[in-house]
Design a protein around this ligand. Structure first.
Ligand code: 6GU
Length: 232
């Protein structure tokens, strides 16, 4: 898979994508990530990428020309063009799963005040938001999307089971059970004895029950959705 990110802050997107699991995914060839500076497609001598809004109001709006030039250079036959914006559709685990099946994601990063809407109308397949809060710029959000997608590419994680059993995957609008590692007793706090029992059925039952109570505690809206529709 190929992921191209177009932003006025390429250095913000680069660092997280070159480290750890994503860094190894790049080195292994599972994914090719390039971060581009939108200013490289600005044609005036100051490399201007924004301008004042028609109709007035605060802040600046990102100009259409650099985005059109960038997309025309980078788009391929099978590309999906995304625009990162707080006005986009919510990004969820199911969205990450869908994007992980694509061969090329071309991700455009907006500034919070907005992007000329002709970019959205003529170039963008999907507008994407990572949550109901406002970031100064979509670049960190693009790195979030890239991370969530890359770890789903087969071979990127060691143990494929870990993506099938985790929070928000499969049937689960539910969060995971808590995890413990050694030591079995730490500062007077014990690991739940069932996890040391070797009884796999009992461990499974404990994890189901814990996942349910943690979902009720931390994500009451998910709990309600799940338990209104069935008795799981
Ligand atoms: Cl994609 N961009 C910005 N600027 N803010 C956000 C966002 C994106 N998603 C949530 N907040």
């Amino acid at each position: 898979m190929k992921i191209d990110i177009v932003t006025i802050f390429p250095e913000i997107a680069e660092a997280p994508l070159r480290a750890s699991i994503m860094g190894r995914a790049v080195e292994s060839g599972a994914v090719d990530i390039q971060c581009y500076n939108l200013r490289d497609w600005a044609t005036d001598k100051h490399h201007k990428v924004d301008d004042i809004p028609y109709g007035g109001g605060p802040g600046m709006v990102m100009k259409p020309e650099p985005f059109f030039a960038a997309v025309e250079d980078l788009r391929e036959d099978n590309s999906i063009v995304l625009l990162m914006t707080p006005q986009g559709k919510p990004f969820r685990q199911a969205t990450a799963e869908r994007f992980s099946q694509e061969s090329h994601l071309l991700i455009l990063c907006g500034h919070y005040e907005g992007v000329d809407h002709r970019v959205v109308e003529a170039l963008v397949d999907e507008e994407v938001s990572i949550g109901d809060y406002v970031l100064t710029n979509g670049t960190i959000a693009a790195a979030v999307v890239a991370d969530a997608v890359i770890r789903l590419i087969p071979g990127v994680l060691g143990d494929e089971r870990s993506t099938q059993e985790e929070s928000f995957s499969g049937d689960g609008d539910q969060i995971e059970a808590p995890h413990y590692t050694r030591p079995a007793e730490f500062r007077g706090m014990d690991v739940p004895p069932v996890l040391l029992s070797g009884n796999h059925a009992a461990i499974e039952a404990w994890r189901k029950k814990s996942a349910k109570s943690r979902t009720r505690q931390n994500r009451p809206e998910l709990f309600k959705k799940r338990h209104d529709s069935d008795e799981a």
